[in-house]
Design a protein around this ligand. Structure first.
Ligand SMILES: O=C(O)c1ccc(O)c(O)c1
Ligand SMILES: [Mg+2]
Length: 629
């Protein structure tokens, strides 16, 4: 199956677009007329450029406002079309997209449209060209692929076919299964685009908010299943109009696009195996069973501070690496690695980002298959030299240049903590009842959020929750939760638009670090809170006003409220149950820990508390004398 992408999807000038499109692995490209017009070269030059780069032109588009016009506009439309046919011949494009007429003077009538398109198909045929008809969701008379198909059926010409575009069908809530009864050889081209569900004017939505399949809320998989059921064998092409992409990095947009298509076709194959769709068979989306470890890179002084903080939360320095300056801190099922080794990847991450999370280990069923799926989805491979006595652990690059390792229960990998580390005699302090890592919160530029959300949802068996806005006193931060089945694997992606927000500041100060906070779960927040106090843990102090407001919002018993206030514990509820949170003060460049308890299946992340937490953090930093950005 050939993959293609429209030049409008990728930022840059035409040459940059084509080069990044080819490098990302696409077979072909739709030449969007505007990109051609803006280019300073002949149609033949463009054709040669495309082919020299190793791509083919899959489509030339769009040709607008053609069918159903009254004379003399009709004559003019045919003249315009002939000029475009000349250009296509010189360029070496054989298919043109004709989108349904939006002109106020366009006349309706299926037969009138069919007659015009048949006459055009005949002209196209004399030049060995083909025409494809697409229903724009806002077309004046034709806005539904079923009507477009009826017109193409009546045209009844071998050089005229239908063009389907998932956005136009799905944005109007048209059942994609209506595609199944169209003969596949009459579908000349398929364009794909997803979009977040937003209630707005269709044209505006389409021109500014489309995104890659899997990044939005439309059922692009259901659409593609229906297309494949027709026997369609032409290219699948991404046509995404998106303001963020226009201002984005060409390479990232193209790589994400390719990832989205590989993932989409994998989903179609899995959902409808009877279709026997050709293509590579990939390991299934990975169920992650939790976070096996979090590794911090730091220096000696940072390690001392981090160790003290961990100790105050009930962690034990439990293991020490056989050869390197790497220690492991444990509590419950949680493992925190502190790496101060002056060589290797962790050290370069320290030089780049300062004290930060440089590596996240995920527990999976098959580490090698996870790496394979991740790389098939375009994740950057990662490996580093292995020292004596060390094990090779499958890994790829993750957010912010960090590394993601995969650990499974195979004989070697499951023994890594005893093979590569020596036990350290326990210091005898009791734990604070922290059981496991509940979630990781990763901070990134807002513009990168779609990309990383697709990264996780394409590799892992996960779902996205609706985006939440977190109000920071100095701007907005968008938060997107991603979680696996059963909640064993949870992430929040936080997108900062302004560097003055707490999240944005962390990003700037750490030069794009990845994990800003790690949340540990306890099964008894009040017992944990008492242990923390005994161990000298200093919680982030929450305002008294917060507790007055809490008493007004929820029916909480006074004793419990007093305990919450004393321990700086925050509270939330959803339709399932209750949620408690305590935050640490910050360390490094604005990193922190969170301790949470989920009661009776609470499934969120305390979003309503985020503004109060952020305000408290900013107060705390001011008190510590850290200047405001
Ligand atoms: O927004 C538009 O006008 C437009 C043009 C061509 C297309 O293929 C399309 O889907 C939308
Ligand atoms: Mg289209």
């Amino acid at each position: 199956m050939k993959t293609s992408i429209a030049t409008v999807t990728v930022p840059g000038n035409l040459r940059e677009k084509l080069e990044t499109i080819a490098a990302a692995g696409f077979d072909g490209v739709e030449i969007f007329e505007q990109d051609f017009v803006a280019y300073d070269g002949s149609p033949a030059d463009v054709g040669n450029l495309v082919r020299d780069i190793g791509l083919e032109i899959t489509l030339f588009q769009p040709f607008r406002d053609f069918e159903g016009l009254p004379d003399p506009m009709r004559r003019k439309a045919f003249d315009r079309a002939k000029r475009k046919f000349d250009l296509m011949t010189q360029m070496g494009a054989d298919l043109v997209l004709i989108c349904s007429n939006t002109h106020p003077q366009a006349l309706g009538g299926i037969d009138r449209a069919a007659d015009d398109l048949r006459e055009l198909a005949e002209i196209a045929a004399t030049r060995d060209l083909r025409i494809g008809y697409e229903a724009l969701a806002w077309g004046r008379h034709v806005s539904d692929h079923r009507d477009a198909w009826e017109i193409v059926r009546r045209v009844n010409h071998p050089n005229a076919g239908l063009i389907l575009d998932s956005f136009h069908t799905l944005s109007r809530n048209i059942d994609p299964n209506t595609i199944r009864s169209i003969p596949g050889d009459k579908i000349f081209f398929v364009q794909l685009g997803d979009a977040p569900k937003i209630d707005m004017d269709l044209l505006y939505w389409s021109r500014h908010f489309r995104n890659m399949p899997g990044e939005g809320d439309l059922d692009v998989t259901g659409f593609m299943r229906a297309v494949m059921a027709t026997g369609y064998s032409g290219p699948i092409s991404l046509e995404i109009f998106n303001d963020q992409f226009r201002g984005g990095t060409p390479r990232l947009v193209a790589v994400d696009g390719h990832r989205s298509l590989v993932n989409l076709m994998d989903q179609v194959r899995r959902a409808e195996p009877a279709l026997k769709i050709p293509g590579p068979s990939l390991p299934a989306p990975v169920v992650c069973d939790g976070v096996a470890f979090i590794e911090f890179t730091t220096d000696t002084a940072g390690s001392e501070r981090l160790g003290n903080l961990l100790r105050s939360m009930g962690f034990q320095h439990a293991r020490q690496h056989i050869a390197k300056a790497v220690s492991v801190w444990e509590q419950g099922d949680i493992r925190i690695v502190i790496n101060t080794d002056p060589t290797g990847f962790a050290h370069s991450a320290f030089v780049m980002h300062g004290t930060s999370v440089c590596d996240v280990g995920l527990q999976v069923t098959d580490a090698e298959a996870t790496r394979e799926r991740a790389e098939a989805m375009g994740a950057e491979p990662f490996s580093q030299p292995i020292g004596p006595g060390e094990l090779p652990v499958p890994a790829v690059r993750g957010v912010g240049g960090s590394v993601m390792h995969f650990i499974d229960s195979s004989p070697d990998l499951s023994q890594i903590w005893t093979t590569e580390f020596n036990a350290v005699a326990p210091a005898g302090r009791a734990s604070a009842g922290l059981k496991r890592i509940d979630h990781l919160a990763q901070t990134m530029n807002y513009d990168e959020m779609l990309s990383w959300s697709l990264f996780y949802t394409s590799i892992f068996d996960t779902k996205r929750s609706p985006m939440v806005d977190v109000v920071d006193p100095d701007g907005l931060v968008r938060s997107q939760a991603i979680q696996g089945p059963g909640g064993n694997f949870r992430l929040t992606l936080n997108g900062a638009e302004s560097h003055r927000t707490f999240a944005g500041r962390h990003l700037a100060d750490s030069y794009g670090s990845a994990v800003q906070h790690v949340a540990f779960a306890t099964d008894d927040i009040f017992a944990t809170s008492q242990s923390l106090r005994r161990f000298g843990f200093e919680p982030l102090k929450i305002s008294d006003n917060y507790y007055d407001d809490l008493a007004a919002r929820f029916d909480i018993d006074e004793d419990e409220l007093a305990k919450m206030k004393a321990g700086s514990i925050l509270f939330d509820m959803d339709e399932n149950g209750a949620f408690y949170q305590v935050y640490s003060r910050t360390f490094g460049e604005g990193m922190f820990f969170e301790i949470i308890q989920r009661v009776a299946g609470y499934d969120g992340y305390g979003g309503p508390n985020a503004p109060f937490r952020v305000a408290a953090q900013k107060r705390d930093q001011r008190a510590k004398g850290i200047p405001k950005a």
